[in-house]
Design a protein around this ligand. Sequence first.
Ligand SMILES: C[S@@+](CC[C@H](N)C(=O)[O-])C[C@H]1O[C@@H](n2cnc3c(N)ncnc32)[C@H](O)[C@@H]1O
Length: 374
Amino acid sequence: MTGIYATSNKVVSSSLSNQRSKTGPNKGQSKAKGWEVGDSKEELKMKEDQQQHQYRRKFTGPTVYLLLLALSYSLGYMSGSSSSSSTTATNTNIATEQESLHLLQPRTESNQTFQNTAEPSGRGNSCTAISQSETDHYQFSTQCGAPIPSEHVRQKILDGLFNGSSPFVGFPPPHAVPYLRQKRIKGWGSNGAVFENLIRKVRPTTIIEVGTFLGASTIHMAQVAKGLGLHHTQIICVDDFRGWAGFRDLITGVPMINGDVTLLYQFMQNVAHFNVTDMVLPLPFSSASTLEKLCEYGVFGDLIEVDAGHDFHSAWSDINRAYKILRPGGVIFGHDYFTAADKRGVRRAVNLFARLKSLRILLDGQHWVIHSDA
Ligand SMILES: C[S@@+](CC[C@H](N)C(=O)[O-])C[C@H]1O[C@@H](n2cnc3c(N)ncnc32)[C@H](O)[C@@H]1O
């Protein structure tokens, strides 16, 4: 089992070895149990990446800090000239691969102004400066409802979104039966040690999983929770159950009925097969609208996994919305911190989020982990 380790730096890593990256255009190339074919190029690259990350960390001490400081002065960035009063949009970019995370400082949001690059001739946008309040992508300002007790969470959602009854009642519908396999699981790092580590630590009554696919990680979490005696834990699965454009090229044999890829029904079938329908509730809508709705309902998670869209903007939106419904003392985490796909969208979003909120990123295998600041 891997552990989550802490050092004095912002990012803290544990195991490099035993977890797999994910398959798909927004994943690294890999596989779940039953799909093992040896290390792919992507996995080797990912391991290298992890090792480089660790290696870099060894050389991010005071020496490098001083060097960077000196370099910054020589480039004029810290010389007190005009750049200090207005931050250009590009300067707000988050950590690049070369950046040492411990150099990232939380910014005050009030002191930034975005300058556009409109030509003086008047062609293009005629504004010369756009205030941050107009362009602020950092704001997710919805006020959440008062937290409801965890024992009311399932019914609250059933009442609000399913006319009061469980979607598992009468499942499977006859028209879906010919398309379902008794069990069809496919996941990525879905049995990683991080799940058990966090469930043991947090002992969650409400888990919210953003990005569920066929339920590999959901079912694993349900089994771990059960094994720890947490029989009343609810796992709320937020997924539109559409996969992503082109996923059927990678995962062959997924039936399609009139354009519907049947992921929801196969997910429900998998959950039923493993006899955890009482612990699991699928919410088959977009992550943004669903997380907002949970916030409105006052549904908070003790443990929230974010593993839906892996491009920066999707991950950024999901992490911010999910963090708003993280119970004080809870933990938010997600996969693919090291995956190079989608221009490392997940890592960039996690790094920016942690920097803005002054939170510490812990690493457990391929997963990033952030504890709430409460
Ligand atoms: C990588 S899979 C999740 C894998 C799962 N956590 C596991 O380990 O088995 C990503 C999932 O996110 C879902 N997804 C992507 N973008 C989404 C969005 N904007 N709203 C809802 N679901 C989304 C896809 O349908 C897909 O099932």
